[in-house]
Design a protein around this ligand. Structure first.
Ligand code: C5P
Length: 224
């Protein structure tokens, strides 16, 4: 039995990396652990939300109390997100691979002396931008992340406009911050009203603060 300020709300969360096959045994991936996404799923569930958690192959296990949909590729992640709609809100925390291999081989590529395989890359769909596109199934609040290494608020504000989402949680992943792969995060929340710096805190605290802000916004009926 669910109780809490998000009771009765359906929230879609994407998390983890995606794996894009080269052939049946090889793939392109990235170093996302899925830690921030898992913390967000847990925080939403703790506030009573009905969470659909669409996850790529992450290191961190999915949280308890959510509906888990496991995917590998960006294309599968997009399809799973679309199948999960309608939702009151969507939070895109996945580190989706920007490219996939066009015409991935159905058979393991063979090594041949002196001959290198030529991989043709194709652009993956932008799931955050797709979920943000106007339409009857658009979640009321769509939230994305932006990992930047410089001029964080400025770049993230531009990203918010470009993607069409409502909020962006921007973080500074410069070398030396220890944020990438670490347990802490320092974020700036970008909304239609401007930029708000949050103090450095754990990823679990970021998740709880975001979940409670989301609950407030859905309560107010705000979309910015
Ligand atoms: O464009 P960039 O990758 O910096 O944007 C990051 C945000 O967009 C994150 O919220 C991420 O989950 C989302 N994203 C996505 N699909 C992609 C690329 C990024 O949903 N193909």
């Amino acid at each position: 039995l669910k109780i809490g300020p998000l009771k009765g709300r359906h929230v879609l969360v994407t998390s983890g990396p995606t794996h894009e096959p080269i052939d049946p045994v090889r793939y392109i991936a990235n170093r996302s652990s899925g830690a921030q996404g898992a913390a967000i799923g847990a925080a939403l569930a703790a506030l009573g939300a009905d969470v659909t958690f669409v996850t790529g192959p992450a290191e961190v296990p999915p949280p308890l109390g959510v509906r888990v949909v496991r995917v590998d590729t960006a294309a599968e992640m997009l399809a799973a997100c679309e199948a999960a709609l309608p939702a009151d809100a969507a939070i895109c925390a996945a580190a989706v691979a920007d490219w996939r291999v066009e015409g991935a081989s159905g058979q393991k590529l063979k090594k041949a002396p002196g001959a290198l395989p030529q991989l043709q890359l194709a652009e993956n769909p932008d799931i955050l931008a797709r979920l943000s596109a106007p339409g009857p199934r658009r979640p009321r609040l769509v939230i994305g992340f932006a990992a930047e290494t410089e001029r964080v608020a400025e770049h993230a504000t531009a990203k918010r406009e470009r993607k069409g989402c409502d909020w962006i949680l921007a973080n500074d992943v410069s070398p030396g911050t220890g944020i990438m792969g670490g347990t802490e995060n320092a974020v700036t929340l970008i909304t239609g009203a401007g930029a708000e710096d949050w103090p450095r805190m754990t990823k679990a605290e970021v998740a709880r603060k975001l979940a409670s802000r989301l609950a407030e916004a859905l309560e107010e009926g705000a979309d910015a």
